[in-house]
Design a protein around this ligand. Structure first.
Ligand code: DHB
Ligand code: MG
Length: 233
């Protein structure tokens, strides 16, 4: 096959199974127009998040790393009308764009954007969120600064319950994840997160490499185990 054949395959799979969507296209356009990096998940990965929410019957979703809310919209579409997505964004100006995008997509009522760094916002989610809706979250999507992945995983277990689905984005990084001599802090953070998923009894996990319009990367998928119920915290 042609060395770029995977690009055609990704376009084919996106056209065939995911389709195109004005609200999602507009969200990406607004994000790009604001000068934000084009690092939202690919359409096939967005659909994967949507399907995982539906397969797991999720009603409460936690997202760490909002950016332009592209993945937020996919997740919000995968939960019932009375469900909630709490999404954490460190930058107020980015959160404002995300707010417009989720409202424009018609899912604004389901989405609460918490502004601040994850390490500061996550402890506050042990308190009631809105309308009496509180943790545990049914699905957690981790897609923020990779250096903090172990911190975010710890909070995913604490704010989740046995059975909670945990998804970690960007676990391949063009193959760098398998380089034990890497000095890149984001790769080291990714490796530490994967090692935690392997060793921490609160998780059981696998990961898949992905090759799509975002390049060569990957996604880890985990379940929170019964050990989380007895771990305290
Ligand atoms: C980067 C971060 C992401 O979450 C992503 O999906 C792609 C790239 C980055 O920091 O480069
Ligand atoms: Mg990402």
């Amino acid at each position: 096959p042609h060395p770029d054949a995977w690009r055609r395959v990704d376009a084919y799979l996106t056209d065939t199974l995911v389709g195109h969507d004005d609200a999602l296209d507009a969200a990406v356009h607004a994000q790009n127009a604001a000068g934000l990096p084009a690092i939202e998940v690919s359409p096939v990965s967005g659909k994967l998040l949507n399907l995982l929410a539906r397969i797991s019957g999720a009603r409460r979703v936690l997202e760490i790393g909002t950016l332009g809310a592209y993945s937020t919209i996919w997740l919000a579409r995968g939960i019932p009308d009375d469900g909630h997505v709490v999404t954490i964004e460190a930058e107020p100006a980015i959160a404002a764009i995300a707010r417009q995008n989720v409202d424009n997509a018609g899912v604004g009522a389901k989405v609460e954007i918490r502004i601040g760094r994850g390490e500061h916002v996550l402890p506050t989610l042990e308190q009631p969120i809105r309308d009496g809706a509180i943790a545990p979250f049914d699905l957690v999507f981790i897609d923020a600064d990779k250096e903090s992945n172990t911190v975010y995983l710890d909070w995913a277990a604490r704010l989740g319950r046995p059975g909670t689905v945990v998804v970690v984005d960007n676990i391949g990084r063009g193959g760098e994840v398998a380089n034990p001599a890497t000095t890149a802090s984001h790769v080291i953070g990714t490796q530490r997160g994967l090692e935690m998923l392997a060793r921490d009894p609160r998780f059981d996990a696998t990961a898949l490499q992905t090759l799509d319009l975002k390049g060569w990367d990957g996604v880890a998928i985990a379940i929170v185990t019964d050990a989380a119920a007895t771990a305290g915290g």
